[in-house]
Design a protein. Sequence first.
Length: 329
Amino acid sequence: MKILLQILILLFFLNKGNAQTIQNISQGIESDSSFYHITKISNNEYWVGGEYGILKRMDSVGNISAINFPNEGLRILKIEKTNNYVFIATDNAVIYRYDIAKKEFIKKTFEVLKNKCFYDLIVLSDGNLLACGGSTGISKSVKEIPNGFIASMDQDFNNFNIVWNKRFKFAWSLLETNNHEILASTYNGLTSTIIKSEDRTAWKKDTKIKGLIYALYLIDNQIWYCGSKNYHIHKDGIIGSKESKNNRFCFNTSGCIWNMDCWNGKIIASTVSGEVVILNKETSQLSNILIPNTFALYDIQKISNSKYFFIGHGHTIKIVDFSTLKTTN
């Protein structure tokens, strides 16, 4: 009985320690809508978007307020800021542009991409936009023909061109490297192929990776990726380096690794299981953080040197302070 009491006391203090470094900003129930993406707009402003066109404004301590957004129920999959505008990419051929100075939204519908989603959108070093995606159903985990595409345009939505398209591949993620080469992650249901281009017109195969590569990142001048071992996104998550086949790590309980960031030389990642996983790149040590009563976590945004927003399903918004957080190996 005494030993049991000591164990319970120990667990209490461990949970109390983590509770002090995990702040619950927003948490609904499982049937509530999801937040999919968060972007820093200014030093103390972040936009969070997601299911049913939900779009919120938040400051660095988690105070949430409404945005006067022309919500038409389209899922928000990506928010990207430039000097003058905020771009909001949706799941059905629509991109909204917010003029920061005028505080006005405009809407652009791309009829040629009807029933297709903009899954990723980036601003290139020359100021132009590059977007990718495919059939809307794929973004909802529905089995259908992917009809993947990559499209380029300027910030006024002119000079629109589809620069790559494949009927049986979906384009998940885009990345511009330091030497201005463009990489894209594409998936055919079995294998991901990272393709590359120097001019956004001619594309060629770069690397084949077994599994679904959901996102690409430039970390310490190396290309890293995350995703899942296959299309069963609730099973094994993966993180790896494109430059080294040995730098591929599997998280057996996490499900798909949705997004990553860096903290103190380590890779931290959000997962479909709702846990936070950590990879020490130097030692290859894997660890995780169990966050109680959390649904799937879809995105990460840095707040300060050690604090990060994690957002996800069921209106989930957490602030995690990694400087004092306890991990499990």
